[in-house]
Write a protein that binds this ligand. Structure first.
Ligand SMILES: Nc1nc2c(ncn2[C@@H]2O[C@H](COP(=O)(O)OP(=O)(O)OP(=O)(O)O)[C@@H](O)[C@H]2O)c(=O)[nH]1
Length: 337
C-alpha cells in the first residue's frame, strides 16, 4: 500500500496573510513538491495567480466557498492529484477568508478514496494580530476558523500594538485552548513547524494540561473543573473539562457518539484524552462536526495522573448540560460508609 499524502489546510479571515504564508512555504520547500488548491470566493481567481513558483501546481476552486458549493470539485481535483504518477510530497489547501475549514477535513474523512490516500496533517489558522478580536465579534467564520486550527499564527505583528497582541492571544486561548499560538510577521516561520505536524494523529493529540480541583458531588468523591470557558458575540463557546474519575467505557463511548450526532451541526471541534475504567491505556478522540476519530492510545505512564481532559468548541454549547451528561457516564465508585 502506498503512503498517504499529507494535507495541510491554511485558513484564516480575509486579508490575514494566508497567501503570504503559502508563498513562504513554497519558497522554502527545497526539493519537495506540493500541489496547491486555492479556494476563493468570487470568480476572478486572483489568489491563484499570486502563488509563487512555476514548478508548483495550483488548482483554483472559484465561484463558491469550499465549505458549501465546491466540495465535489475538491474531491475531483484531489482524486486527480492522487492518481498522478510521481505524486506529490503534500497537498496544501488555502481556503477562502470566509470559509469554515471543517468541511474540508470532513471531506477527507468521508470520501472513501481520499480517506485511503490522504492524511490530514494540520489546520493552520493565520490571524491578523491587530484585528482578530474585532473580527471574532463581527464574523462567525473567524471563530470557526480558529476553532479548527491546531496552529494559530498571529500574523502582522509588525502592525499590532502590544495591547492588541495581548487581546488577540487571550481571544485565541478562549476560543481554542488546544492550539499552539505563534506570533509572526509575513508568515515567517520555520518550515518544520508548519509541515509534518501530524496534528490529526490521535497519538499526538494536544489538549490542555490536567487541572484538578478536589470537590464532592453527592456521595461520590469527585473532581471536576471547567478549566476555561470563553464566549463570543456569535454564540461560540469553548468548554474545557478536567475529570479525575474514570468513565465507564460503554457509557462514555455511547454518549460521545450520541452527543456528536445530536450536536454535530453546532459542534465545531472536540478533542479529548480520556480515562476509562479497566483500561491501562488512554482513550483519545477528535471530532469535527459529526466526524469522530477515536481509539486507544499509549499506556498511562507510572505516576501520570489518570484523569480525562476534554475540550468542546461550538455554538450554543451548554456547559451545564455537558457536565451533567458526562457525570452520568462516570464509572461507579465503591463508597465506604
Ligand atoms: N505589514 C504586514 N503586512 C502583511 C503581513 N502579512 C501579510 N501582509 C500583507 O497583507 C495583505 C494581505 O495578505 P494575503 O496573504 O493576501 O492575505 P490573505 O489571507 O491571503 O487574503 P484573502 O485571500 O483576501 O483572504 C497583503 O498585502 C500582504 O502583503 C504582515 O505580517 N505584515
Amino acid at each position: 500500500m502506498t503512503s498517504r499524502i499529507p494535507v495541510t489546510v491554511i485558513t484564516g479571515f480575509l486579508g490575514a496573510g494566508k497567501t503570504t504564508l503559502l508563498n513562504r512555504i513554497l519558497q522554502g520547500a527545497a526539493g519537495k513538491r506540493y500541489a496547491v488548491i486555492v479556494n476563493e470566493f468570487g470568480e476572478l481567481g486572483i489568489d491563484g495567480s499570486l502563488v509563487v513558483g512555476a514548478e508548483e501546481e495550483v488548482h483554483e476552486l472559484n465561484n463558491g466557498c469550499v465549505c458549501c458549493r465546491v466540495r465535489g470539485d475538491l474531491i475531483r481535483v484531489m482524486s486527480g492529484l492522487i492518481r498522478r504518477p510521481g505524486r506529490f510530497d503534500g497537498i496544501i489547501i488555502e481556503t477562502s477568508g470566509l470559509a469554515d475549514p471543517a468541511p474540508v477535513i470532513q471531506t477527507l474523512h468521508f470520501d472513501d478514496f481520499l480517506r485511503q490516500h490522504t492524511q490530514p496533517d494540520s489546520v493552520i489558522c493565520v490571524a491578523d494580530a491587530r484585528h482578530l478580536a474585532r473580527q471574532l465579534q463581527a464574523a462567525p467564520e473567524a471563530g470557526a476558523q480558529l476553532a479548527q486550527a491546531d496552529l494559530v499564527l498571529l500574523n502582522k505583528c509588525d502592525l499590532a500594538k502590544a495591547d492588541e497582541l495581548a487581546v488577540s492571544e487571550i481571544a485565541v486561548e478562549r476560543v481554542n485552548p488546544t492550539a499552539e499560538v505563534v506570533r509572526c510577521e509575513r508568515g515567517d516561520i520555520e518550515l518544520d513547524r508548519l509541515i509534518g505536524r501530524g496534528a490529526f494523529d490521535l497519538s499526538r493529540l494536544r489538549v490542555p494540561p490536567l487541572q484538578i480541583q478536589r470537590g464532592r458531588i453527592g456521595r461520590v468523591p469527585h473532581a471536576y473543573v471547567e478549566v476555561e470557558e470563553g464566549r463570543h458575540g456569535d454564540g461560540l463557546r469553548c468548554v474545557s473539562l478536567s475529570i479525575e474519575q474514570a468513565f465507564d467505557p460503554s457509557l462514555f463511548v455511547g454518549w460521545l457518539l450520541r452527543f456528536v450526532r445530536e450536536n454535530g451541526e453546532h459542534l465545531l471541534r472536540g478533542k479529548g484524552i480520556v480515562s476509562l475504567r479497566g483500561s491501562e491505556k488512554r482513550f483519545v478522540f477528535q471530532t469535527v462536526h459529526m466526524t469522530v476519530d477515536s481509539g486507544m492510545d499509549r499506556a498511562w505512564k507510572d505516576g501520570e495522573p489518570r484523569g480525562s481532559r476534554l475540550v468542546f468548541i461550538g455554538r450554543d454549547l451548554s456547559a451545564i448540560a455537558l457536565r451533567e451528561q458526562l457525570e452520568a457516564c462516570l464509572a461507579q465508585v465503591e463508597v465506604t460508609p
